[in-house]
Design a protein around this ligand. Structure first.
Ligand code: HEC
Ligand code: HEC
Length: 495
């Protein structure tokens, strides 16, 4: 830091540096700050030195796990997350150009929040003329209202950080069981073997299978920042994938997504094999029709002890049993409906949903954005990916009431329709892209003007994504809105 940053930042007593020593943030946050120094201020630094500095700063001036808890979606690249914050002032002032999570993932004292406000206006004077800026005295509101609020909500010093720094950190080395689900392909489970390859550096080997039995295999490496921020890069069956996990004792959680298409990814939970007690991660599938018999896979670690399935569910046969997988054939009684808690030995509970019939289908995400791309442009297409979530009517037997309960993600047939009259007139379903009827993956159209469209506009569109599910010869459907829009030119690690 003395060599690369000292040209502009001043040394302070106790070995601190102006600005740099008075902030805490995630590894991605530090990377973005330093990248900004390069782009805006002409800092010269090698990629290797930058990596070293990001690690150094994230370890010493990071965030405790509880401090990132509500905002990990941004690190996990869940770009369709609809944010909501208690403070309207915050939403309007600080979460209109970028995510509010970018702010919530930083800690600073008041003077540092104040510098940040000045930096914004100095760098982007148009802040004051844009919507939610020109109708108010933006600068003074930001300084007088937001700075105190930010310094209070996201203070530099916290008990969480002090105690996290003092606590013993989990060792990633060992074998982990992972349970995951990815839109379009469904569930998977895998074993991840982790060995040390350097200081906070690990080699990874992953071997698993999808619910349909197809194998999943890959290898790569991970680095752990701040004692828990696990970032892995793997090649899985020829596809580059990234892991953004939080490591907590014998548990892992987060997302594993394609490096080039971060919209394509698995939700992941993990448990360490050889831990203190049985850990159950998932029951796959997580639902069972009343009166039917089916095969369930219980995924977890150290799965020893009695299998508890809940009232009305009988264990017919254990098909496979080892520390990480329990494959069983079970039967649900004809009148068994509602939610059950499944346990193995002293493990925590995982929900199994028993249903008689599907009452409604919800398409997730309810609102999403996909993007045109390719066609010689510098950014790839951003796909649309969807899940059809089945819900049952609760004890009142009426759908769309408070006692409805979630059955789970079910296979569906997918199609798109114009979202409104405008979209119909512009033939958005013809130009904006194509949805795969089986997987529900939407591939947006090519980037650039399209002479076939009115005024040669691009292939943007406004679509209704429809999932249809067959049940007893009848078709049930649900829908969601998807905007197909232009490329995102600026795509920083934290949106
Ligand atoms: C060429 C000059 C220059 C160099 C070299 C430089 N910085 Fe900066 N830095 C600035 C200026 C100017 C600001 C204030 C404006 C801003 O935030 O962009 C700043 C602000 C910052 C901030 C506060 C940003 C914020 O969000 O409030 C951080 C953190 C930072 N620098 C880190 C670094 C680190 C780490 C290095 C060395 C790897 C470095 N800088 C090297 C010029 C520089
Ligand atoms: C007019 C649009 C706009 C508004 C409004 C805005 N920001 Fe930003 N903000 C930006 C841009 C652009 C960047 C730089 C992104 C980059 O370098 O990748 C940024 C960067 C940041 C960063 C990262 C800086 C670093 O180096 O650590 C933080 C934190 C931040 N903004 C907080 C805020 C807060 C707090 C507010 C409300 C007071 C706010 N922003 C309002 C556009 C905006």
């Amino acid at each position: 830091m003395g060599q690369t940053c000292a040209a502009c930042h001043t040394a302070e007593p106790d070995g601190e540096w102006s600005r740099i020593s008075h902030q805490r943030k995630t590894p991605e946050g530090w990377l973005m700050s330093i990248a900004r120094m390069q782009v805006m201020h002409g800092l010269q630094i090698s990629d290797e030195d930058r990596r070293t500095l990001v690690k150094y700063l994230a370890d010493r001036q990071g965030l405790a796990p509880s401090e990132t808890a509500g905002a990990r979606y941004a690190l996990e690249r869940r770009l369709n997350t609809m944010e909501s914050f208690e403070s309207d002032a915050f939403t309007q002032t600080c979460a209109r150009c970028h995510s509010g999570a970018r702010v919530a993932l930083q800690r600073r004292p008041a003077p540092e929040w104040e510098h940040l406000v000045h930096f914004h206006l100095g760098q982007w004077p148009t802040t004051e003329y844009q919507a939610l800026g020109r109708d108010r005295d933006w600068l003074n509101l930001a300084l007088d209202k937001m700075v105190p609020e930010l310094a209070e909500t996201y203070a530099l010093e916290s008990d969480a950080w002090t105690s996290w720094q003092a606590s013993a950190k989990a060792d990633p080395v060992g074998q982990w069981r992972l349970a995951g689900q990815i839109p379009g392909r469904g569930e998977m489970h895998a074993t991840l073997s982790v060995s040390r390859s350097g200081d906070d550096l690990y080699s990874l080997e992953l071997e698993g299978q999808y619910a349909d039995g197809t194998a999943l295999k890959g290898a790569g490496q991970a680095i752990v920042y701040t004692g828990y921020e696990w970032r892995g890069d793997l090649d899985i069956d020829g596809v580059a994938m990234r892991q953004v996990f939080a490591l907590q004792g014998d548990r892992l959680s987060g997302r594993m997504f394609e490096t080039e298409h971060d919209e394509v990814g698995f939700d992941i939970s993990g448990a360490r094999l050889g831990g203190d007690q049985p850990q159950l991660l998932a029951v796959q599938p997580g639902y069972l029709k009343a009166g039917s018999s089916t095969e369930l896979t219980l995924v977890g670690a150290d799965l020893e002890g009695d299998i508890e399935l809940g009232e009305g569910v009988t264990l017919e046969e254990v098909l496979e049993r080892n520390a990480g997988t329990l494959r069983v054939r079970v039967r649900a009684a004809a009148d068994a409906t509602g939610l059950r808690e499944v346990r193995v030995g002293s493990s925590g509970a995982v929900t199994l949903s028993l249903y008689d019939s599907i009452a409604r289908i919800r398409v997730l995400p309810e609102y999403s954005v996909s993007r045109i791309g390719g066609n010689g442009s510098s950014t790839p297409r951003v796909y649309g990916l969807f899940d059809a979530e089945a819900w049952a009517a609760g004890s009142d037997g009426i759908a769309n009431t408070e006692d409805d309960y979630r059955i789970g993600i079910v296979p569906a047939r997918w199609s798109v329709e114009p979202f409104d009259a405008r979209a119909e007139e512009d033939e958005d379903t013809r130009f904006a892209g194509v949805i795969d009827a089986v997987t529900g993956r939407f591939t947006p159209g090519a980037a650039g003007p399209n002479p076939e469209r009115r005024m040669s506009t691009n292939n943007a569109g406004n679509l209704k994504v429809v999932a249809s599910v067959e049940q007893d010869g009848q078709s049930l459907s649900g829908s969601a809105q998807m905007i197909v829009t232009v490329q995102r030119w600026n795509n920083p690690p934290i949106p």
